[in-house]
Write a protein that binds this ligand. Structure first.
Ligand SMILES: Nc1ncnc2c1ncn2[C@@H]1O[C@H](COP(=O)(O)OP(=O)(O)O)[C@@H](O)[C@H]1O
Ligand SMILES: [Mg+2]
Length: 265
């Protein structure tokens, strides 16, 4: 392990990854600062999920380098890799829970895999995490018994259960109504501040981007096309960036938003 904590959670230089013969990310150079919230944006299929997965070494490396939490992800031995993975939480789009296990048992898995704590301590830690996402009442429920918003909160709790420095989240607001999406954003930001985490979030939800992002990294065809603060992104003249935000704002469907408003009141 590196002795000095790096000020960056990600340092990618001409980083390239792909599947089989196919290169998906051709040349990614970016630095993501510790403590920030970065939204990874771009059209469908441009490699956003691939980027997230590649930062934990899940996509074959094809060139350049990436350091995550100061570690060269692609050259860790098994022990170092396990230690590294305990420092990074991954929040999957569908919550990432095992359907046949209760919320409690799902959240115990990372603690059992990465610590030698006794079972009662593990359960206490799980209850504590579930309290942080207001889900203690759901501890004995199965994932299939949770609402969409609860499932995301359980997935977030699972991603955070080892108190990681970095949480990666793939489209957290997908499938949620606007009110539940806003609540989830508020929860993620509050806990990010309280726990001193860094968040990297793949999203094309403009409302969400405006609420949470410090920085935008926009990908296109495997290259970084924009990398800068939210304000600069919103005022950027590049057609790709302008079109992305124009489309993203239409995807909010103002008509649907007002329907939600009507039925909530
Ligand atoms: N496991 C995989 N094996 C082969 N190709 C994949 C795999 N996952 C994604 N791809 C391909 O990589 C490209 C980028 O996918 P992805 O990263 O999921 O895009 P995004 O998240 O931006 O929609 C797509 O063409 C997709 O078909
Ligand atoms: Mg994706």
């Amino acid at each position: 392990m590196s002795s000095e904590p790096s000020p960056y959670v990600i340092e990618a230089e001409h980083f390239a990854v792909g599947y089989g013969e196919r290169t998906i990310l051709h040349d990614i150079t970016t630095k993501i600062a510790r403590g920030s919230v970065t939204c990874i944006c771009g059209g469908s299929g441009c490699g956003k999920s691939t980027f997230l997965r590649s930062t934990i070494g899940l996509v074959p490396h094809k060139g350049g380098s990436v350091r995550v939490l100061g570690e060269d992800v692609n050259s860790l031995d098994d022990d170092a890799r396990s230690e590294f993975l305990s420092r990074v939480g991954f929040m999957y789009q569908n919550g990432g829970l095992i359907n046949s296990l209760t919320v409690l048992d799902n959240l115990k898995i990372p603690l059992m895999a990465h610590t030698k704590l006794p079972d009662d301590v593990i359960e206490e830690l799980v209850y504590h995490k579930l309290a942080q996402v207001q889900l203690t009442h759901a501890v004995h429920l199965l994932p299939g018994e949770l609402s969409g918003g609860m499932l995301k909160r359980a997935g977030f709790a699972r991603a955070m259960v080892l108190e990681p420095e970095l949480v990666l989240s793939d489209e957290p607001s997908a499938g949620l109504d606007p009110v539940t999406a806003a609540d989830l954003d508020a929860l993620m930001i509050r806990l990010k501040e309280e726990l001193g985490m860094t968040l990297i979030v793949v999203t094309h939800d403009l409302d969400s981007i405006k609420r949470i992002a410090d920085r935008i990294v926009m990908l296109d065809k495997g290259y970084v096309k924009f990398d800068g603060p939210l304000n600069e992104a919103l005022n950027c003249d590049l057609p790709l960036v302008r079109n992305f935000f124009a489309r993203a704002s239409n995807e909010g469907h103002p008509g649907v938003q007002s329907l939600w408003q009507k039925y909530r009141d």
